[in-house]
Structures are given as structure tokens and as C-alpha cells.
Write a protein that binds this ligand. Structure first.
Ligand code: C6P
Length: 414
């Protein structure tokens, strides 16, 4: 991370913020400082409008009706998929499967691809900084199949030890599943290199992009990954929607994950013929409104510009790291050279739960706890951290307010 003395106003954050109704409120009588974007970002007006329009005008089911409303809903639902395809630079829309979020995307791969490709004695490689959603599905799969879960270790800065990864790889490796950006530390991992090395031993690579997609341009073809998981609610979209990118060749040979409804082409009591891609993996009535809202969210992010977001946030994060780093007794947790979105820390003498409560009383929303990444906490020997996580609508004043509020908390606990 570079040290910034000033964050250039390449983004008009004041104007952007005005488009997010939830950011306009007072919390405990103070203007809201929202620094919990890694848990869930806020929703801009165009996304809310897209949801309203569906409910007020187009509300009906998709792929089922010949009537006007169903046609409109289906067009919007599929057009949202196209926008996600373009956002990720996937080769075709059939490679984008709607899910409820990154967790469901990873479970889909573990249950469908994993169950058919993994056998006793095979290896699944994950990393030391995974979210529980990219640990537990593989643990369950390995237990079921008699396979081994291997873990790429990290150093104290929170950077993966790529040379250790090299020594874990072998012809037994079937899948490597790693996060692009750690939700607990903010580390940006070299996933392009990790994917290439996985391929060199004949394995496939899943990238958990939940914390990457909101902060930087993503090009799944350039990354060379086989699967990419993301969550809509972390990128200005509605809750309950996400996507799985999967290479067509892999999807073609994967068995259904769930069954019924939209994943069917024809059914008799003797035989069921599955639908084409990607519907084969979208059983039942999907999250129609949320998918349409997700399309609007992608449009919104494109309008702001992912390159601009990445550049602006890099400098804002450096400002925040300097600001918090100047507080006596504050220990940053996760000091990787390449970081995005997240600053985790602990403050001497104050439990994160107490700190979070005091900050909340001052209108500052952030997350305290293990961040669903308990192995990361175990590595650092802490039960919890305090985590400030940014979006493009945050600015320097947010970190100034956070630093002042931490000083107030220190006085209370002095
Ligand atoms: N992390 C956080 O506060 P879902 O819940 O399916 O949308 O996303 C799961 C997930 C998967 N991978 C990573 C790297 C994540 O950060 C998350 C969600 C939130 O850090 C909620 S626990």
C-alpha cells in the first residue's frame, strides 16, 4: 500500500453519496459514517427504482408466461445476466448462473463439480485466509469423499506464501479454491498466478470474488479461473442475489445442484431431460426482482467506473491506514503490500465488541467479530477484530470521524 498524503477527488463522493438514501440519515443523532461495506454495501437510487419498477409494473414469473408482464420480466431478468457477463468479461451469458450469493455459488461447485470429480486421497487446496463459505463446503466434501483439505499458509502481514503453495500442488490436486481479496485482512491475492499453477497440475481453480468484484475491474478470462463467485449485496445490489461464473465446458458436464422448476426441459415418470445452460442450475422460480436489481447495480458501478473506483479506494485506504496507524495502542491486523477495501485492527485495552458499541453511539457503523474467518483470528491469536471496510462513496472525513471516535473510546476506557 502506498502512503497517501491526499486523496485526489477523482470521484465526486458527495454527489455519489446523495444517490444513496440510507446514507442520508442520522444515527444516534449523528450523520451516519458507513464503514461496513464488506458485510453489505448500500443501495443507490437506480437500483431501488429498478426493484420498484418490477414490483409496480412487471411483477410476474419468468420463462413461463406468454403474457406481456412475463415477457417484460423475462427480458429484464436475462438482460441483467448479460450485464453481469460483460462486467466479468465472461465469454458467454450461459456461463453466468444466478445464485443467492457467493456462499451458494461455492456450495454449487462443491456439490456438483466436487462430488463428481473428487475421490479418496485427492487434494483440495484452499488458503489460510478464507471466509467460512470457502472452507466448510470443501471440508464437508473432503469428509464425504475421503479427500484431503490442504491449506496455503500466510505470513504475519497476511500474504500467502506462494512457495508453500508450490509444494502443496501435485497430481492429486483436483481443485484450488482461494479468495481474491480477504474479507478479514483486505489482502489481494495473486489469483492469476494461483490459477495458472493449479492448471499446470491438471486442477481447476475457483476464485471467491465476493470482496474483489466491488473494488476492482474483474476479467475472469484474464484471471484464467474456472469458477468465480460473487455476491450482489456487496456491490450495491439487492440482498439474496449473486452469481457463479463457470467455464462452459465445466458446466456442460456438471450434474444439477438442485432440481425442479426452471432446470427441467421435460419430465415423465420414466425420465427427466434437463434444461439448457445456465437454467439447468437455476431450479425453481428464481430471485427475479433481485436479479433485475443486480443488473441495475452493475450499470451503476460501470457508470462510476471500476478503474476509477479501484484508484480512488487505493488512495483512500492508504489515507485510512495512516490515520488509524497514528493512534497510540492501535494494532493493524493485515498489513499486506497489496490490499483492497478493508482495514482490520485492535485497540489495546478495549474489546472489539465494546469498541463497536461505542463507535455505533457516535454514528459509525463497522463490523466487530471474527468476520466469518475464524482461522484468520486463530492465526493472529485474537478472538475478534474491529474492521473498517470502504466503498467508493466513503471519504477522508469518514476516517477522520473514526479516528476521533476511537480516541473518545480510549478516554472512556482509560
Ligand atoms: N462476508 C463479511 O462481513 P454471502 O454471505 O454469500 O453473500 O458471502 C459470503 C462471503 C464469501 N466470501 C467472502 C470473501 C466474503 O467476505 C463473504 C461474506 C461478509 O465479511 C459477511 S460474513
Amino acid at each position: 500500500m502506498t502512503t497517501a498524503t491526499a486523496v485526489p477527488d477523482r470521484l465526486d463522493t458527495k454527489a455519489l453519496r446523495a444517490e444513496f438514501p440510507a446514507l442520508q440519515q442520522l444515527v444516534h443523532g449523528r450523520p451516519l459514517v458507513y464503514l461496513d461495506n464488506a458485510a453489505s454495501s448500500q443501495t443507490p437510487r437506480p437500483v431501488i427504482d429498478a426493484l420498484l419498477e418490477y414490483y409496480e409494473k412487471d411483477r410476474s414469473n419468468v420463462h413461463r408466461g406468454v403474457h406481456e408482464l412475463s415477457q417484460r420480466a423475462t427480458d429484464k431478468y436475462e438482460s441483467a445476466r448479460l450485464r453481469v457477463q460483460q462486467f466479468l468479461n465472461a465469454a458467454e451469458p450461459e456461463e453466468v448462473v444466478w445464485t443467492r450469493g457467493a456462499t451458494e455459488s461455492i456450495n454449487l461447485v462443491a456439490a456438483s463439480w466436487g462430488r463428481t470429480h473428487l475421490g479418496a486421497g485427492d487434494d483440495v487446496i484452499i488458503s489460510a485466509m478464507e471466509h467460512h463459505s470457502n472452507i466448510v463446503p470443501w471440508q464437508i466434501l473432503c469428509q464425504e469423499k475421503g479427500a484431503n483439505l490442504r491449506v496455503i499458509p500466510m505470513n504475519v502481514a497476511g500474504e500467502l506464501l506462494v512457495s508453500e503453495y508450490d509444494s502443496l500442488l501435485s497430481p492429486r490436486t483436483k481443485i484450488v479454491a482461494v479468495t481474491q481479496v480477504s474479507n478479514a485482512l483486505g489482502t489481494v491475492n495473486p489469483v492469476q498466478e494461483i490459477a495458472a499453477k493449479a492448471h499446470a497440475v491438471g486442477a481447476v481453480c475457483l476464485v471467491d470474488g465476493a470482496q474483489a468484484a466491488p473494488h476492482m475491474p474483474v476479467d475472469v478470462q484474464a484471471l484464467g479461473c474456472d469458477f468465480f463467485a460473487l455476491s450482489g449485496h456487496k456491490m450495491c445490489g439487492p440482498t439474496g442475489i449473486g452469481a457463479l461464473y463457470a467455464r462452459r465446458a465445466l458446466l456442460e458436464e456438471m450434474p444439477p445442484y438442485q432440481s425442479g422448476g426452471d432446470m427441467i426441459s421435460s419430465v415423465s415418470f420414466e425420465k427427466t431431460v434437463y434444461n439448457d445452460l445456465p437454467y439447468r442450475f437455476e431450479a425453481g422460480t428464481p430471485m427475479i426482482a433481485a436479479a433485475i436489481g443486480m443488473g441495475a447495480a452493475v450499470d451503476y458501478l460501470n457508470r462510476v467506473g471500476m478503474d476509477q473506483i479501484a484508484a480512488y479506494e487505493a488512495e483512500l485506504l492508504a489515507y485510512g491506514a495512516d490515520k488509524l496507524g497514528a493512534i497510540q495502542g492501535l494494532r493493524p491486523i493485515g498489513t499486506a503490500k497489496d490490499k483492497a477495501g478493508v482495514l482490520s485492527f485492535e485497540v489495546e485495552g478495549i474489546h472489539p465488541a465494546d469498541l463497536g458499541t461505542i463507535l455505533d453511539r457516535q454514528g459509525i457503523a463497522l463490523r466487530v467479530g471474527h468476520h466469518c474467518a475464524e482461522p484468520v483470528m486463530q492465526f493472529y491469536g485474537v478472538s475478534a477484530t474491529t474492521r473498517a471496510s470502504i466503498a467508493f462513496y466513503n471519504d477522508r472525513e469518514d476516517f477522520d470521524a473514526l479516528a476521533d471516535a476511537i480516541e473518545t473510546a480510549k478516554e472512556i476506557f482509560a
